[in-house]
Design a protein around this ligand. Structure first.
Ligand code: AGP
Length: 608
């Protein structure tokens, strides 16, 4: 996720910006840059890779000035290289931006027709050209930014400088965080608190629709064109706590970030009339498809199981789900109707990469679902079917959370896209699927709110050494993922099973010391799972039930009952994953393990 810092004061702006950006490094980035307003005008330095590369550039060619904007970029539109690094410039205007401009392609065309020359592949550059366009029409800087954001669709936090305005800069936000920090004869904006704590503890959390004019002595906030007052808060967090947004661990922060992450996965992709826009993925190339293999490891493999159900039921195409490490060594019989799609958060998992590479070499169409732009699997698939980026933002906790939910949502989009491309899904059916997805972030927020009771279960749940996780249908993969989460970070042994399989063996384990987490969906399989739970209770096994609101009566057979909002059946896996993640987190935290970096595990497994 990108980082923004804007500064105006008496200090050397490039130093302040680079120091501020360093505190945002935890967000992940692949290039960085600053634009400084000095006596000689506006100038910028940008560099691919880490901030030390930018510092080196600044050392070789310093930029003196006390007003500037800086950025660390996590690539979403265009490769992670210097040309695409922010700030982006148009005439005397420079802009840094976080978020995604949904209508950038249309705006770019319009501006090009008007004579604008673009130099990057980014969505951000349209903002610089828009502001420059309004400036050329005679509007002042503030009015130009206000007029520009009127034209933007999507999510943004921006900071804008103009060489004709050496004593101010303008910032604005919509659906992307931005704070204003008030110092002594210096003021800053930043996408996150750590970047400003070395200067001041007085901050304003800007709201959606806010535009702020920042000078050395003051900052004026405008909403819908009118000057507004926003409460100034005093922040006492340490820089380390601030990086985690006040949460105790990155994992917990990432769990609560999921409604936002899923919104980003959906942004720009839900078309009118049931169309799905997958900007880097060639749906047309799937014409004539007869079978898809989804290849992945770990949590991504669990997402693939959910994806199988989605693609088969929505698009009517048979799907196999494969462990990449097994798949790469099997002998496959491919036909012309085959396609293979790799799913990998990091895009660097050695097994997934090798499996995709082997099938691609045999002439099979390959695609990828990944969170990391220009990662190895993305590059490998780029000239074949292409890539669906999950847009979850960097995931720092080793245990996947937001990567999982955004993978499932990406697979849902893919399923609808295939269904429409092949004509197996009507416009009405596709529209209904997309409408449900549009509501998903809201249901996720409700689920996270409701599941806060899970924290209170931790002392009880931490008593046991073994767990069974049960689910059926599309909640079976969630049971597998719930068990994986628990074992990864709490080191408690847990196994996920399809509930119907229990009587074929695992039930032998059940005693009053062997609990089960049972996922009860509000679907056709509900009565069957309830019968499975009755069988457990008859053997004295403790049961924690996760069910949908309306199923309060299940309390009669539950030792613990957690309720989530009732949602359309295909969205259940995303919603039920949230209490699974919280259960694992709170048990691990209660036991005092290293939640973000559990023993023996690496974030990305780049060896076989
Ligand atoms: C999940 O919590 C794990 N960190 C792990 O299972 C992970 O999903 C697996 O290693 C695959 O990683 P990838 O998605 O980056 O390919």
């Amino acid at each position: 996720m990108c980082g923004i810092v804007g500064y105006i004061g008496a200090q050397d702006a490039s130093e302040v910006l680079v120091e501020g950006l360093k505190t945002l490094e935890y967000r992940g980035y692949d290039s960085a840059g600053v634009a400084i307003l000095a006596e000689g005008g506006l100038d910028r330095r940008r560099a691919e890779g880490k901030l030390r590369n930018l510092s080196k550039r600044l050392k070789e060619a310093p930029l003196a000035g006390t007003l500037g904007i800086g950025h660390t970029r996590w690539a979403t539109h265009g490769k992670p290289n210097e040309t695409n690094a922010h700030p982006h410039r148009a005439g005397g205007v420079a802009v840094v931006h976080n978020g995604i401009i949904e209508n950038y392609a249309a705006l770019r065309q319009e501006l090009q027709a008007d004579g604008a020359v673009f130099t990057s592949e980014t969505d951000t550059e349209v903002v610089a050209h828009l502001v420059s366009h309004f400036r050329a029409q005679g509007l002042d800087l503030q009015a130009s930014v206000a007029a520009s954001i009127e034209r933007l669709e999507g999510a943004y936090a921006i900071a804008v400088v103009d060489e004709a305005y050496p004593d101010e800069f303008i910032a604005a936000r919509e659906s992307s965080p931005l704070i204003l920090a008030l110092g002594d004869d210096e003021n800053l904006v930043a996408s996150d608190l750590p970047a400003v704590l070395a200067h001041t503890r007085k901050v304003v959390f800007l709201q959606d629709g806010d535009l702020v004019r920042v000078t050395r002595g003051e900052a004026q906030i405008f909403a819908e064109g009118a000057l507004v007052e926003r409460p100034v808060k005093r922040v006492d967090w340490s820089p380390a706590a601030a990086q985690k947004g006040g949460y105790k661990h990155f994992m917990l922060k990432e769990i609560f970030e999921q409604p936002r992450a899923v919104t980003d996965t959906l942004t720009g992709r839900l078309g009118r009339g049931g169309e799905v826009h997958l900007e880097h993925f060639d749906l047309e190339a799937l014409k004539g498809i007869q079978h898809i293999s989804l290849v992945a490891c770990g949590t991504s493999w669990h997402a693939a199981l959910v994806g199988r159900d989605l693609i088969e039921s929505i698009a009517g195409i048979p799907v196999s789900v494969e462990y990449a490490h097994e798949y790469r060594y099997r002998r496959h019989i491919f036909g012309p109707g085959d396609a293979v799609i790799g799913i990998s958060q990091s895009g660097e998992t050695a097994d997934t990469l090798a499996a995709l590479g082997e099938v691609k070499a045999r002439g099979v169409r390959v695609g990828a679902i990944t969170n990391v732009m220009e990662s190895a699997v993305a590059r490998l698939s780029g000239d074949s079917l292409g890539v669906i980026y999950t847009h979850a933002g960097p995931e720092i906790g080793v245990a996947s959370t937001k990567a999982f939910t955004t993978q499932m949502v990406s697979l849902h989009l893919l399923a609808v896209g295939i269904g429409r491309t092949l004509g197996t899904l009507t416009v009405e059916e596709a529209t209904a699927e997309l409408e449900a997805l549009r509501h998903l972030p809201h249901w996720m927020e409700q689920a996270l709110e409701g599941a806060s009771q899970v924290a209170e279960l931790a002392p009880w749940a931490s008593e046991f050494d073994n767990y069974l996780f049960l689910g059926r249908g599309n909640l079976f993969p969630v049971a597998l993922e719930g068990a994986l989460k628990l074992k990864e970070i709490s080191y408690i042994h847990a196994e996920g099973y399809a509930a119907g399989e229990m009587k074929h063996g695992p039930i032998a384990l059940i005693t009053e010391h062997f609990p089960t987490v049972a996922l009860v969906g509000s679907d056709d399989l509900k009565a069957k799972v309830v019968s499975n739970i009755e069988e457990l209770k008859a053997r004295g096994g403790p049961v924690l039930i996760v069910a949908s609101e309306g199923d309060e009566d299940l309390a009669r057979i539950a030792d613990q009952l957690v309720l989530v909002p009732e949602v359309p059946e295909r969205l259940q896996p995303v919603i039920y994953s949230l209490p699974m993640q919280l259960l694992a987190y709170h048990v691990a935290d209660f036991l005092g393990t290293d939640v973000d970096q559990p023993r023996n595990l690496a974030k990305s497994v780049t060896v076989e």
